[in-house]
Design a protein around this ligand. Structure first.
Ligand code: MSP
Length: 516
């Protein structure tokens, strides 16, 4: 198995200043779906998530909580580690930037940058937004009536900072970055983000301040520990730390670097698509293959913000609607890359219509007919008619378009194409009317139910990355062996005569409880 294809996918590492909310769950879910899909498709996958624990923002949050940054980050990062478990995320590693392996790696990349002549000592005088952990120029800001300034892009307050600082020679990378984007048209997705990044870089790059001296919570600059490294240089480096950097001969590094995909939210695309490839190229390290920036969720039409107190707790959603329906909703409701709105009514609609009515009903109707009319055994098919073959060919033929949808992170199109076949299968049940064939033509009933069972098997294969638990139940009910559920097994058809367990519904309807 030495030459299995590899796939390295990462989430941003999350700031531990706050509890996890829907935004964190969303980014990681999208990565989980991809990681699961690629594993089913025969890839060796390394799926990384973690927490970003240094910097002024976290230091301030710790101070506000009245505890040391260490105690605070230990506590809050723990809540981030429970999220993957609760949402059935299949990450292979969880990195914390306070870990020894990461401090070593961050200092090593710093030394590589210094050696390459891309870092120099100077002093910074300008605006800084702690909330974004970002430096801004006057042009990036809005001056408010009371004289304070906020960042145009994020609304974060800025403060004036003046201190000695090391700089990274970002200005020297402008042309090389533009040439890199040109040579790698898939590097940034979707296209709107790619255009945004290119025009930002074309607008001119200034050298980037990469160290601070006015607080302590971070990785010390090697050889000058009055300075701590800029939190974004520290944070971005997590992606190489986790595969063993600076040990570039390690098995993980050899196998997985450069990463195939850094999934991020639209607010942090610049850090990943401008600073990160520049740091890497300067340090002599290959840049990642792709950065994809997804959109943001609002809650019942309102921007999610701390001041409104309307953050959506992913664990509460799971409690209310169940895990797989929430996973399905988040991937289906909004074209990936666009902004989207979470509403109870939309969630309920998806649960009852796409899940309970379309997929749930199909499985339930077919499996209970097999249970009742075929002595709970997979029936033996006779000769397939044109209608049978049309359905089977269509469902089998989906694998190509699904691979393409995953390659371009268009999860919603993956799901709509699967649901299109579910619609066909439900119509096929109605036109073939197997219940009527029971008396008139039992062998034909067997063929129809077999065709439908095969269709359900393959649909469940495809839906597994999105709803792993529900699909496991469906495949259990079809007695599909656990080691025959990957895409290599798409052609291993159900065996006639296999005993089937008693079917049970997999997708409950969401019933509004009486408020009286
Ligand atoms: N620590 C940095 C990332 C460093 S990666 C080297 C960071 N952390 S964060 O916790 O603030 O944000 C993490 C992710 O959550 C971002 O991708 C962001 O886009 C996403 N979201 C935050 N709020 C969101 C919504 N309301 N909707 C969707 N995603 C959102 O940035």
């Amino acid at each position: 198995m030495a030459d299995r294809k590899s796939y390295y996918i990462t989430t941003p590492i999350y700031y531990v200043n706050d509890s996890p909310h829907i935004g964190h769950a969303y980014t990681t879910l999208a990565c989980d779906v991809l990681a699961r899909f690629m594993r089913l498709d025969g890839y060796d996958v390394h799926f990384l998530t973690g927490t970003d624990e240094h910097g002024q923002k976290v230091e301030k949050a710790a101070a506000a909580a009245g505890v040391s940054p260490k105690e605070f980050t230990d506590r809050v990062s723990e809540t981030f580690r429970t999220l993957p478990k609760a949402l059935n995320f299949s990450n292979d590693d969880f990195i914390r930037t306070t870990e020894e392996r990461h401090i070593r790696s961050t200092q090593a990349i710093w030394q590589a940058l210094e050696k390459a002549g891309d870092i120099y000592l100077g002093s910074y005088a300008g605006w800084y937004a702690v909330r974004d952990e970002a430096f801004y120029t006057e042009a990036d800001l809005i001056k408010q009536p009371d004289g304070t300034r906020i960042a145009k892009a994020s609304g974060a307050e800025v403060e004036w900072v003046e201190e000695p600082s090391y700089f990274f020679k970002l200005s020297a990378w402008q042309d090389r970055l533009l040439a890199f984007y040109e040579a790698n048209p898939d590097f940034i997705g979707p296209d709107s983000r790619r255009n945004e990044v290119i025009s930002f870089v074309k607008g001119g790059l200034k050298d980037l301040s990469v160290s601070r001296t006015t607080f302590n919570w971070g990785v010390p600059v090697p050889g000058n520990d009055k300075h701590i490294m800029y939190v974004w240089l520290d944070a971005l480096t997590n992606y190489i730390t986790a595969v063993g950097y600076p040990d570039t001969d390690s098995e993980l590094y050899q196998k997985f670097w450069p990463a195939d995909l850094h999934m991020v939210g639209k607010d942090i695309v610049r850090f990943h698509a401008v600073y990160w490839p520049a740091f890497l190229m300067a340090a002599g390290i290959a840049p990642p293959q792709r950065v994809y920036a997804h959109g943001w969720w609002t809650n019942e039409g309102e921007k999610i913000s701390k001041s409104l107190g309307n953050a959506i707790d992913p664990l509460a959603l799971v409690e209310t609607y169940g895990l797989d329906p929430v996973r399905y909703f988040l991937m289906r409701e909004v074209p990936f890359g666009n902004d989207g709105d979470f509403s109870h009514s939309a969630m309920m609609q998806r649960m009852n219509s796409d899940l309970a009515n379309d997929l749930g009903n199909l499985c339930q109707r077919v499996l209970s007919m097999v249970g009742k009319n075929c002595s709970a055994q997979m029936p033996t098919p006779g000769t397939f008619t044109e209608a049978d073959n049309a359905l089977l060919d269509k469902v089998k033929g989906l694998i190509g378009p699904l691979r393409e949808a995953m390659r371009t992170q268009t999860f919603h199109t993956a799901l709509t194409s699967i649901w299109d076949v579910i619609g066909d299968a439900n119509r096929y049940v109605d036109t073939q009317a197997p219940w009527a064939l029971r008396k008139t033509d039992p062998p034909r009933m067997g063929t129809v139910l077999y065709t439908l069972s095969e269709t359900i098997r393959i649909i469940a294969f495809y839906v597994q990355p999105f709803m792993p638990d529900a699909c496991a139940k469906i495949l259990d009910q079809l007695s599909v062996a656990e080691d025959a559920r990957n895409f290599d097994s798409l052609d291993i058809a159900l065996e006639a005569g296999t005993a089937l367990p008693k079917p049970a519904p997999v997708f409950p309807r969401f019933v509004v409880e009486d408020e009286g």
